[in-house]
Design a protein around this ligand. Structure first.
Ligand SMILES: *[C@@H]1O[C@H](CO)[C@@H](O)[C@H](O)[C@H]1NC(C)=O
Length: 224
């Protein structure tokens, strides 16, 4: 290779380095054109891709942090709901016996950073119709064991699982603000509710499902 060609190549490369530094990604077409123009199109050149600019790198770190929050749960709660835990809605909260023979498994996953709650609710031997003055008949209520209190979150009612007789299921995630459809003192009982309250004191909450055959509740289970 002649000295003039090498000088030309050095000039082309320095131009490329400058343009690569200023604007990513490296303009591949310009590289080919520049080499063709310089008569060096047969040459093998490896151009190292410049590392991401600091601002872009910071954005990636932020995005990774957000992904950690979005895909991480901050707590789990598995509740076995039984008829025996159901009480009357009004004091003195006498046990009603619920819907005999029915059982519920309420599996919750909470991400308090994103105000999200995910659920996998399975009911077996539920009878009657889902019945509640709330938006749905499947809830987390706020009250201690043996007492009753307002619903804070309403979940889609379970639906029959094909091929599994007597089994119903509801799976999903929802993100606040929450609405239950029950209004007390002019405000929805879900308004302003934060799932962090469940994490702070799970025993202050219970999950239940209401049936036309057991209006106060078919099955109920205290969170822990
Ligand atoms: C929900 O729970 C049921 C019963 O434990 C399980 O068979 C099913 O795979 C779960 N579904 C999801 C989506 O996790």
């Amino acid at each position: 290779m002649k000295t003039t060609q090498l000088t030309h190549l050095a000039a082309v490369l320095s131009t490329l380095l400058v343009s690569t530094t200023l604007a990513a990604p490296a303009p591949q077409a310009s590289l080919a054109e520049a080499l063709a123009a310089s008569g060096l199109e047969g040459l093998q050149i490896t151009v190292n891709v410049a590392p991401a600019a600091p601002a872009a790198a910071a954005a990636n770190v932020q995005a990774a942090g957000l992904a950690d929050q979005v895909f991480a749960l901050t707590s789990n709660n598995l509740v076995n709901a039984v008829p025996e835990q159901v009480t009357a809605a009004e004091a003195p909260f006498t046990p009603t016996g619920g819907l005999a023979g029915a059982l519920g498994t309420f599996n919750f996953g909470i991400n308090s950073a994103t105000e999200t709650i995910c659920w996998n609710i399975t009911l077996t031997n539920f009878q009657g119709e889902f019945a509640s003055p709330a938006l749905t008949a499947t809830h987390i209520h706020e009250a201690a064991l043996g007492a009753s209190g307002p619903p804070r979150i309403a979940f889609p009612n379970p639906v029959p699982v094909p091929g599994a007789e007597g089994v119903m299921n509801s799976v999903g995630c929802q993100t606040g603000p929450f609405t239950t459809g029950i209004v007390v003192d002019g405000a929805d009982t879900g308004a302003g509710f934060s799932v962090a309250a469940i994490e702070a004191d799970p025993a202050a909450f219970f999950a239940d499902v209401h049936s036309s055959l057991a209006l106060p509740g078919a099955v109920r289970g205290q969170l822990a």
